[in-house]
Design a protein around this ligand. Structure first.
Ligand code: ADP
Ligand code: MG
Length: 684
């Protein structure tokens, strides 16, 4: 492909997702280093990274707490100490008095002078003149054995190729679009981003908001949008079974429900019903804040399927949730003769086989499970509806795999996807461009807003007293343990310790413990004991984050709340305030609180509205500080950042319309360029 790319380097490049020159050109710098100037040593300031040059005054090894090599340089305006904790003999020998050093690093206050620890440096002869760089130096995402100099050399070569021919990276956007939206040409934008000129505004580049970067983000989001649109078109071209049903079971279900649907629920249910009666597959996203009552809508859609003589699958992100959905539906459907099956990963073999047998025969039924539902050995004979709960845990790929599974004789199942992620409409239009949208924009009536307080762990004892009082009043309580570590083992240990501690402090109160490492049967019995009121205080890890529903629980303590993201806290808090009792949430924090953490906790104290919270969440997360995609439910992109670049979306939608109407032939190459390896359209 390029000069000097042998098998070994090629392999390492592959690890970075680089297979061709084109990929190299899309391998964007993480940040930039300014070596276009020399800073007089006297003008250095602590905390800033600069390039300086000076003559070595002395270099010696010091044996203090830690052995280090010190090298002092001066340029007549000031002196600077370079400190190396790791150094080789050869290095030591080259740093001799009388030589000149050019180095780059971050200056820090040292014992006597400013210091740079492990700067990058170059040894020059005392009379040697070396020109400074003409462009900012990019720093690329690297991988083991593939260092910056190699990546820079390779991108330089790739840029040279690009300059001579556009074959590697043709401009796909027509002039009309470039002009209308004031976008620089692709080749120019790429060249700029890789080698910004000395006068570029570094901060703008670092933040990813330079017009050259925005040009690339624009194209990527446009391709994403067009790709999903196309996916939608292809799915919708398939035939689905219209699920009309006779409405008898739906009616008796609604009659037996202990509540009436809200107007918003009725509207969404109606939209879904209309879709399901069509011969085209439904592709609908049901969005509704935590506690807005999505489950009952899912149940209605599933019953409609049964009524029509077919099978419906409900897929949950965790076993705990699958089990809970099973319980809820089983309870709601008790008076009716509906077969409902729970299929989780940990079923015994004979039981599993029994269930599989029901699915394989032509029995109408509802099956609930996790992604284990779509393992090899599960065969559906009459699957016509797939419901995915809490969409953000499943990517496009999993959805495609599901469809693959659900297709029987070229008949496509209807799909309903449910999410609590309250993203703004333009964003939803882009990342869910393949889906129609229904929004439950109203909470069930008589819901009292949760009263939230923020309390320091110093006052832990008061909080414990509060638990005692709540339990005495017959209320139930969650205590959520959070840990910053990803380790599930540590989380569980912490929760176990806390439950022992609380049990000791709270005599006479029945304390339960639930975490991810319990066996399903154990989780099950604990959840039912909590549901029945036998357990009064449930200590939990964040396994309860999504979906758990015990209306009598009306007090929640979240430990180390400062460590969690706004939206995750909102999800957790959504576990209470579900009944008609006034609920309280205590956000316990470890002082001192950082500035953003403070705003986060205050936001939660001030509002219960998921949309408000999501908005604030977007505001607080500066560019580049995007939460993991797992938490936001947003897709992984190469260049664009949906939050940072949200402002581009209206223009992107306009550009997409222009392309679809006037340049349809450009859509395929655009989608291939950006999503090619990701989405396998052959499946649909
Ligand atoms: P989510 O949208 O977060 O999944 P759920 O479906 O778990 O919410 O519903 C939250 C709680 O509200 C449940 O206890 C459910 O039974 C109850 N609920 C749902 N709809 C209504 C309604 N229309 N009136 C009263 N309670 C309702
Ligand atoms: Mg739910």
């Amino acid at each position: 492909m390029l000069h000097g790319v042998g098998g070994q380097i090629a392999q390492k490049l592959n690890r970075l997702g680089i297979y061709a020159i084109k990929d190299l050109l899309f391998h964007m710098p993480l940040r930039y280093v300014d070596r276009t100037r020399l800073c007089p040593i006297g003008a250095l300031r602590s905390g800033f990274s600069m390039q300086v040059e000076g003559n070595i005054e002395f270099a010696q090894v010091r044996y203090g707490k830690r052995r280090s090599l010190l090298c002092r340089i001066s340029d007549g305006t000031g002196v600077l100490t370079l400190r190396f904790f790791y150094f080789s003999r050869a290095q030591q020998e080259r740093l001799q008095r009388g030589m000149k050093l050019r180095c780059y690093g971050q200056a820090r206050y040292g014992a006597q002078t400013l210091e740079m620890v492990h700067p990058e440096y170059q040894v020059l002869a005392s009379d040697q003149e070396l020109p400074v760089d003409e462009t900012l130096t990019p720093v690329y995402p690297a991988t083991e054995g593939l260092q910056q100099p190699t990546l820079r050399k390779l991108t330089t070569q790739a840029l040279a190729v690009l300059e001579h021919s556009q074959d590697e990276l043709t401009e796909l956007l027509p002039d009309a679009i470039l002009e209308k939206f004031e976008l620089p040409e692709l080749g120019k934008a790429i060249a700029y981003v890789h080698r910004p000129p000395a006068d570029a505004i570094t901060q703008q580049l670092m933040d990813g908001i330079h017009p050259a970067q925005q040009r690339l983000a624009f194209e990527e989001l446009l391709a994403q949008y067009l790709g999903l649109q196309r996916l939608r078109k292809q799915v919708r071209a398939h035939i689905a079974t219209p699920l009309g049903g006779d409405g008898i079971q739906s009616a008796s279900f609604l009659k037996a429900l202990p509540f009436r649907l809200t107007a918003a629920q009725q509207r969404c249910a109606e939209e879904i019903k209309q879709d399901m009666q069509d011969t085209r597959p439904m592709l609908r996203l049901l969005q509704g804040d935590v506690g807005s009552g999505k489950t009952v809508i899912a149940a209605l859609a599933a019953i409609k399927t049964i009524e029509s003589g077919y099978q419906a699958a409900i897929m949950a992100p965790t076993e705990l949730l699958a089990e809970q959905h099973y319980k809820t539906l089983k309870h709601w459907l008790q008076p009716m003769d509906v077969s409902i099956i729970l299929l989780t990963g940990k079923l015994g073999k004979s039981e599993r086989n029994k269930h599989l047998d029901i699915l394989a025969r032509n029995n109408p039924c509802i099956v609930i499970g996790t992604h284990a539902l779509f393992q090899q050995d599960v065969v559906f004979s009459r699957l016509r509806l797939i419901i995915i709960d809490e969409q953000h845990r499943f990517g496009v790929h999993q959805r495609l795999a599901l469809l693959d599974k659900g297709m029987v004789d070229d008949i496509f199942p209807h799909q309903l996807i449910m999410t609590a992620t309250p993203i703004p409409r333009t964003l939803a239009m882009t990342i869910y461009a393949d889906l129609d949208l229904s929004v439950i924009d109203e909470l069930p009536p008589n819901r009292l807003p949760v009263n939230t307080v923020v309390i320091s762990t110093v006052k832990r004892d008061e909080v414990i007293e509060r638990i005692a009082r709540a339990c005495a009043e017959g209320r139930q309580v969650y205590w959520v343990c959070t840990l910053i570590e990803e380790s599930e083992v540590l989380q569980c240990e912490a929760a176990t310790d806390t439950s022992l501690y609380l049990a000791e402090k709270l005599h006479g109160i029945n304390v339960g413990l639930i975490h991810g490492r319990l066996k399903p049967a154990e989780k099950d019995s604990i959840m039912s004991a909590f549901r029945s009121g036998e357990i009064q205080l449930l200590v939990a890890t964040t396994v309860i984050e999504v979906g758990v529903d015990v209306p009598n629980a009306s007090l929640m303590i979240i430990e180390n709340a400062e460590r969690l993201g706004l939206f995750q806290l909102h999800q957790l808090r959504g576990r209470i305030g579900r009944g008609s009792i006034k609920s309280d949430c205590v956000l316990l924090y470890q002082p001192p609180l950082g500035e953003t953490a403070k705003i986060r906790l205050e936001t939660l104290r001030n509002t219960n509205d998921g949309f408000e919270i999501a908005k604030k969440d977007l505001e607080l997360r500066g560019p580049g500080e995007m939460m993991g995609t797992r938490q936001t439910g947003l897709p992984e992109l190469r260049i664009a950042d949906l939050i940072r670049d949200a402002g581009l979306l209206p223009d992107i939608h306009k550009a997409a319309d222009i392309l679809m109407q006037q340049y349809p032939e450009l859509i395929q190459p655009l989608v291939d360029r950006w999503l090619g390896k990701d989405i396998d359209y052959s499946k649909v």
